[in-house]
Write a protein that binds this ligand. Structure first.
Ligand SMILES: [Zn+2]
Length: 697
């Protein structure tokens, strides 16, 4: 029975415009839903949240000795319920491709190897689940839960006698990393008692097999993602042999910290350098410079630090991020990877898988290390690069997005190893990994808004941390007392955040608020009384006895800022949002793809502008106009704010084969007339200039 009417093929229709494409995708009629739960305090446990059925315990499980303590711990999936614009965004996703992928894409359809069929039997089924599970349970959406449950049930009920899971036709370790990650999320939100025994049998099997069938290619370079799951299980069972498995995975895995201690890949990778022509596509050189692998590897040091206890491992994430920024950093918060490292030119792209995997790495690394800067970066990706690669209705996505993206057409430039579809918006442009994998972006971000703080010592004063900001409601328990926290905000579009704390009884604990590095001048009040000025790039700590209804108000300064990029170009930022000049867009359908379609986007207006911004008085150079948040706040039509700035065209800066040529070195001169141009949020501008040449003052 069709759940959604499929698109009518274009041949029977007038030309499909972007507007009616979005309308058909169905952002209207979103259904409100949410989780309900009640909470219990067990005799010997730290914190238990009980799900809606009253039977499924979901604990915040801290690290078990001899593992090192984490700075913070994620709350169990379902304890945070998105609200406001974020809930709307998850509902758009559920109405879009994420919620219908199995109906229109055979790779995760009924013949999937992960459902016992003869179809795709590698990473795509697990990728789909990794995003579908947190989406379904955070929205409490029965339709999506049922879709996920089929894959989960098949996996749990078809474990081989030796302990192996998954399709018997494919014994690669790598896709099982992703299925295990999905199983941990599913167990957290359901308490399904089948999960842990299946994982234990699988890990026992793998511990016996790895010496003779070691990690290879993708698994070798993504070992930390399985270690994360092994430690998740160890914290629940305490079986010491799981730490042996973690050590073996680490030993067989690629040494990411060594790569970054002596970083050799400071330029755009070429096919010749990677020796791809010599049939060496999956050799170490190509895999170690591969975007998705590096995005996943950002958490390698922090994850391993839980076992090693070494500060150098834990803090490796900071130097790794700094190295990526120095040689491959882009203004949308990503590093270039199309799909290997591609240098600093903002006409180079980043793969969508890398965006969502980097987000997941940042979420995990933030929790383990407690470094505020990782929260800043997570927001930068979530509010810019993630929605920037997706249509407003989330029915189509790009493989590669570019900060300076002047055309999304079938072109080979500037890709080194990717194909000509990489820039299109569609079902599976270039390759279908992102199709299956992008769904994890928003739901895991929503699950990371608040975390639990406090040392392993159960007597320590644990508390809550506002890790990243977006509207939500948190239901948790601190030392036996139910606490409900309500965060109301239009952040990142506005600078004010109101957090209401509602403990069932008066309760002393510390509420930590992450203050972004850009937010010097932030003010905080508690019940109207001003707190000491917080330091940017750290945590404001409010330690008090909380009474129901206590109100914390944060005001982040939202004046526009200038940042500096390739060839001394500039980008304009405001809060965690990056702004772009939106180029006029003509959306031309290339072909229907089941319930969705593939699209090219051609420019209909000029883009080759240089900006005239006085960096000593940015506020005088840039005017800000705010308008109410619409139902799709990352769309151009509903952009909640616009900036205007003076600019002049640069005749010499042109595009070639659909890609903007490298930015001229700034400062630049232009004798063309001065114009006023409009900037909108990066994600709203699907054709855009983000890094601009700067005019000579
Ligand atoms: Zn991908």
């Amino acid at each position: 029975m069709p759940i959604q009417e499929p698109f009518v093929p274009a041949i029977t229709q007038p030309p499909i415009t972007r507007r009616n494409f979005l309308h058909r995708g169905g952002i209207a009629g979103l259904v409100a839903s949410g989780l309900t739960g009640q909470f219990l305090w067990p005799a010997n446990g730290p914190l238990v949240a009980v799900g809606a059925t009253g039977t499924n315990a979901r604990e915040v499980v801290r690290n078990r000795a001899p593992l090192a303590a984490s700075a913070f711990y994620p709350l169990p999936l379902g304890a945070i319920r998105p609200s406001g614009w974020l809930k709307g965004q998850l509902e758009i996703q559920a109405k879009g491709l994420s919620g219908h992928l199995d109906e229109t894409w055979a790779d995760v359809g009924p013949n999937s190897g992960w459902l016992g069929g003869t179809g795709e039997s590698w990473e795509r089924g697990p990728y789909f689940l990794d995003g579908l599970i947190p989406l379904a349970w955070q929205l409490d959406d029965a339709r999506l839960k049922a879709k996920a449950q089929k894959f989960i049930d098949w996996t749990l009920e078809h474990q081989a006698a030796n302990g192996m899971i998954g399709p018997a036709t494919n014994n690669d370790w790598w896709p099982r990393f992703v299925m295990l990650k999905s199983l941990t999320q599913y167990e957290e939100c359901t308490g399904d008692a089948r999960v842990i025994p299946v994982m234990e049998r699988y890990f026992r099997y793998q511990l016996g097999e790895l010496p003779t069938r070691p990690l290879r290619d993708w698994g070798k370079f993504r070992w930390q993602d399985e270690v994360l799951t092994v430690l998740w299980l160890y914290n629940r069972t305490g079986s010491a042999w799981l730490l042996d498995l973690a050590r073996l995975l680490h030993q067989q895995g690629f040494d990411w910290q060594a790569q970054y201690a002596n970083f050799q890949f400071k330029q755009r990778m070429t096919a010749e350098f990677l020796k791809l022509q010599e049939g060496e596509g999956l050799k170490d050189l190509a895999l170690s410079t591969h975007g998705v692998n590096n995005g996943q590897a950002i958490k390698a040091g922090p994850v391993w630090s839980l076992v090693s206890g070494a500060d150098a491992d834990r803090d490796a994430v900071l130097s790794m991020m700094a190295t990526l920024d120095k040689y491959h950093g882009l203004p949308n918060g990503m590093f270039s990877c199309d799909e290997h490292f591609a240098g600093l030119d903002p006409s180079q792209g980043s793969e969508l898988c890398t965006v969502v995997e980097t987000m997941f790495s940042l979420e995990q690394s933030f929790a383990i290390t407690g470094h505020a800067s990782l929260g800043d970066r997570l927001e930068r990706l979530a509010f810019n690069a993630l929605p920037g690669a997706l249509t407003d209705d989330m029915w189509a996505h790009q493989y590669n997005q570019e900060p300076n993206q002047v055309e999304c057409s079938l072109h080979q430039k500037p890709w080194t190893t990717d194909g000509p579809e990489s820039n299109l918006f569609g079902l599976e442009p270039n390759f279908g990994c992102c199709t299956a994998n992008f769904s994890q972006g928003w739901p895991k971000f929503a699950a990371s808004l608040f975390m639990l703080s406090g040392a392993q010592d159960a007597t320590a004063n644990d508390g809550l941390v506002a890790a990243v900001y977006a509207p939500c409601e948190v239901n948790t328990v601190l030392r036996g007392t139910k606490v409900k926290v309500v965060e109301e905000t239009d952040y990142p579009f506005r600078g004010s955040v109101r957090i209401t704390v509602n403990p069932a009884l008066p309760l002393g604990f510390t509420l930590q608020l992450r203050i972004p590095a850009w937010a010097a001048g932030t003010t905080i009040t508690v019940n109207g009384r001003e707190e000491p000025a917080p330091a940017a790039g750290s945590f404001a700590k409010i330690d008090r006895t909380w009474n129901s209804g206590d109100r914390v108000e944060i005001n982040f300064p939202m004046q526009p800022r200038v940042s500096h990029w390739f060839h001394d170009s500039i980008a304009i930022e405001r809060g965690p949002l990056v702004f772009s000049h939106g180029i006029g867009e003509s959306w031309v359908k290339l072909r229907d793809r089941g319930m969705t379609a593939d699209w090219q986007v051609f420019p209909t207006s000029a883009w080759n502008y240089a900006l005239n911004v006085d960096e000593g008085a940015v506020e005088k150079s840039i005017a800000v106009t705010e308008s109410p948040l619409g139902e799709a706040p990352f769309s151009a039509a509903h952009a909640p704010m616009r900036l205007t700035v003076k600019a002049r065209k640069l005749d010499a800066w042109r595009a070639e084969d659909g890609a903007a040529n490298p930015l001229p070195q700034s400062p630049v001169a232009s004798d063309l007339p001065e114009e006023t141009i409009t900037l909108i949020p990066y994600a709203a501008a699907k054709l855009r200039i983000t890094a601009f040449p700067q005019l000579k003052s």
